[in-house]
Structure formats: structure tokens, C-alpha cells
Design a protein around this ligand. Structure first.
Ligand code: ADP
Ligand code: MG
Ligand code: ZN
Length: 208
């Protein structure tokens, strides 16, 4: 590892669910390994859909990963000799991850992060917008719209929850293009489920 590493810098891979972010991250990390570079991969503790020690794509490509609870945890568990650092589901880390990525890139490491650029309402999902701003390279991946087949940049939530984080896959989400995207669908579904629906009193109260 040296300051002269020509591949040093921050790369962001972002887009909606099912757009191939994890596939692309895994592809880049595998190629780095082929080039005999030391690689370390991290994922946030919140994402336990498949297994706690691998990053996994919807097409079932996978790579072993260290589960980190916080951005500080990433720093603590980092091997100094590592040349390439990969992070998947980066939107689930705290804002400290921005400083961590910058610091590692400034130390001469190649840092590749993948995550959602938008949440289920189509609102920028921090810290990804901030990471995009400080990155050297940004790749926006597109999925296929499940309604019309166009290029899809949005993640449609198909279930009633209005909390920002609902971990799930094909049963809870699908990719949609801008035209087919329905940001209000989850709150409409919540209203229909609520015993007080029809009052127009806002989101369903799940304790009611
Ligand atoms: P992401 O990390 O962005 O959620 P993944 O890399 O896990 O994406 O998965 C990408 C794979 O998901 C594709 O190669 C394809 O096999 C599958 N897939 C399922 N639904 C879609 C869709 N609507 N558009 C594109 N790919 C899809
Ligand atoms: Mg993924
Ligand atoms: Zn569409």
C-alpha cells in the first residue's frame, strides 16, 4: 500500500433496488482480487436478509463481508494493509461514513461503496448524496420497470409501512420508472388498513 496507488479514490455505485449495485460492487472487488490487491468488504448490521457475513445480490452473486454496526466500527476493523475497501448498503450507515470514506481515499486506498440514492418516497437517502458529491466516480445503475419495461430509477414499496427502513426484497419492493412510480402508495395502503381510515387523519396508527 502506498500513497502512489493509481487506483486510489472514492467510487459510488447508486440506484434503486434490483439495479445491480451489489453485482457491480462484487464485480469490481473480484477484479481487484484478480489483480492481487488486498480487499476488505463491509456491510451494515441492519441488513441481515441473507447471511450475516456475505454481501449478496438478487442474482445470488456473493462475497464474504465484515458486518459493521457503525462507521467507527469500519475504521476499527480495517486492516491497514488493505488496498481496496468495499461497502454495500452504505445508506444504512451513520453520517460518519462520509468522513471515513474520504479519509481512506486520502490514505491512498480505493474505496468503492454501493447504496440506494433514493428512499421509497423518492427522497435522497443520506449519506449517499453527500458521498456522491465527494466521490471521484459516480455510477448510477438502472433496473427494469416492473410496470412498463422502461429503465427504472425508483424503488416502489408495495407494503403499508411508512418507516424509512423496511428490509425486504421482491415481496415488499419493485423497481419502477419515474412515470410509473407511486410514492404515496404505502401511505394509501396504510390508510386502507387502519380502523380509523376515512377520517383523513394521516398515517395509520399501528397501535390503534
Ligand atoms: P441491487 O444491489 O441494486 O439491489 P442486485 O445486484 O442485488 O441489485 O441485483 C441485480 C439483479 O436483480 C439483476 O441482475 C437481476 O437478476 C435481478 N432483478 C430482479 N428484478 C429486477 C428488475 N426489475 N430490474 C433489473 N434486474 C432485476
Ligand atoms: Mg444490493
Ligand atoms: Zn414504467
Amino acid at each position: 500500500m502506498s500513497f502512489n496507488n493509481p487506483t486510489a479514490g472514492l467510487e459510488v455505485i447508486c440506484g434503486p433496488m434490483f439495479s445491480g449495485k451489489s453485482e457491480e460492487l462484487i464485480r469490481r472487488l473480484r477484479r481487484a482480487r484478480i489483480a492481487r490487491q488486498r480487499v476488505q468488504v463491509f456491510k451494515p448490521a441492519i441488513d441481515d436478509r441473507y447471511s450475516i457475513d456475505r454481501i449478496v445480490s438478487h442474482s445470488e452473486a456473493s462475497l464474504e463481508a465484515i458486518v459493521a454496526r457503525t462507521s467507527e466500527d469500519v475504521m476499527k476493523r480495517l486492516d491497514d494493509r488493505v488496498e481496496v475497501v468495499g461497502i454495500d448498503e452504505v445508506q444504512f450507515f451513520d453520517r460518519g461514513i462520509i468522513g471515513v470514506c474520504e479519509r481512506l481515499a486520502n490514505l491512498g486506498k480505493r474505496v468503492i461503496v454501493a447504496g440506494l440514492d433514493l428512499d421509497y418516497r423518492g427522497v435522497p437517502f443520506e449519506p449517499v448524496p453527500q458521498l456522491m458529491a465527494v466521490a471521484d466516480y459516480v455510477t448510477k445503475t438502472m433496473a427494469v420497470c416492473m410496470r412498463c419495461g422502461a429503465a427504472a430509477s425508483r424503488t416502489q414499496r408495495l407494503v403499508a409501512s411508512e418507516s424509512r427502513i423496511v428490509v425486504g426484497a421482491m415481496d415488499s419492493y419493485e423497481a419502477r420508472c419515474r412515470r410509473c412510480f407511486e410514492p404515496d402508495l404505502p401511505s394509501q395502503l396504510a390508510m386502507e388498513l387502519s380502523p380509523t381510515s376515512g377520517t383523513g387523519a394521516g398515517p395509520a396508527d399501528r397501535d390503534a
